[in-house]
Design a protein around this ligand. Structure first.
Ligand code: C2E
Ligand code: MG
Ligand code: MG
Ligand code: MG
Length: 278
């Protein structure tokens, strides 16, 4: 039985949510040791240029090989790491791994690599010096790195707090606005950010899977693409799962695509085999 009390909702504890709570608690407690024991690893998913179907980079996605629970996706532990602050060292580890990997793949021209930034990293004073240090240590050009920032990370951030991103952008690091169209979308974010790319969330492209496509979704994608292009931004679409969707999104002017239709996230070795020429 749920009880309303001045906007607060109390729910009777059900065993499932109890188990989840304990699980969360124990996961949270194990995060620091997991980082020390090297239980995190990255998978890579190609970004595909829609004009010619060629690979145009890779997004690094973190996973946790948990000794008891097996492989956990980022949705299970990133929010916990964000809450405790462990996201800062974890995020630095991700950045370092991904940049080093991009360098290893570089046979001829370097592979661009996209790394997700959490709000806490964005607001940490070491973001700029850490990023510079990682790039220099690996000998990777700033233009081979794209940092993905979600709109929700920008909520409440004032101009000063966005300065590090502008500094990084000035150095040549690409900035992408991730999951665009979810949550509290605010077109003003496009002006406040030195973004070069807008990543249209999967929820927007789902309606295009249907035959015929949902006309409202088509109109939205069309409008967002034309706005983005008018502002000088490239558009990447997430969650492309079918050929039908891919063809439509290409016709609607999207520049880059990512999704299971092209490839699922995979290990660095598999990624190299499939997507790195040389
Ligand atoms: P995201 O940045 O929007 O990443 C795209 C997510 O969509 C990934 O989920 C990817 O596996 C999934 N995906 C890709 N193609 C398809 C598709 O065709 N269909 C469907 N249904 N899904 C697709 P994943 O790997 O579970 O990551 C979830 C989120 O966790 C990411 O969303 C990102 O926000 C966060 N994340 C991942 N790695 C990191 C990291 O190193 N640091 C931080 N701060 N966040 C991360
Ligand atoms: Mg992302
Ligand atoms: Mg995304
Ligand atoms: Mg997303």
């Amino acid at each position: 039985r749920a009880k309303d009390a001045g906007g607060n909702r109390y729910e009777l504890a059900d065993p499932d949510s109890d188990a989840r709570a304990i699980d969360r608690h124990s996961l949270t407690n194990h995060l620091p040791a997991a980082l020390e024991r090297d239980e995190f690893f990255l998978e890579y998913q190609p970004l595909i240029r829609m004009s010619d179907g060629r690979v145009d980079g890779a997004e690094a996605l973190v996973r946790w090989e948990h000794p008891v629970h097996g492989r956990l996706g980022p949705d299970r532990f990133i929010p916990l790491a964000e809450h405790t602050g462990l996201i800062v060292p974890l995020g630095r580890w991700v950045l370092e791994q991904a940049v080093r990997q991009a360098c290893d793949w570089a046979a001829g021209q370097p592979m661009r690599v996209n790394v997700n930034l959490s709000p806490r990293q964005l607001h940490h004073p070491d973001l700029v010096p850490d990023t510079i240090a990682v790039l220099e240590a690996a000998g990777v050009e700033p233009s081979s790195l794209c940092l993905e920032v979600t709109e929700s990370a920008l909520i409440g951030a004032d101009e000063d707090e966005l300065k590090p991103l502008w500094q990084l952008a000035e150095m040549g690091v690409d900035i992408a606005l991730d999951d665009f169209g979810t949550g509290y979308s605010n077109l003003a974010n496009l002006r406040r950010l030195p973004a070069t790319t807008l990543k249209l969330d999967r929820s927007f492209t789902q309606g295009l899977q249907r035959h015929p496509a949902d006309p409202v979704d088509v109109t939205f994608v069309e409008g967002i693409v034309s706005l983005a292009h008018a502002l000088g931004l490239a558009v990447t679409v997430e969650g492309v799962e079918t050929e039908h969707q891919a063809a439509q999104l290409r016709d609607l002017g999207c520049d880059t695509a990512q999704g299971w239709y092209y490839a699922r996230p995979s290990s660095a070795a598999e990624f190299a085999q499939e997507w790195v020429e040389g």
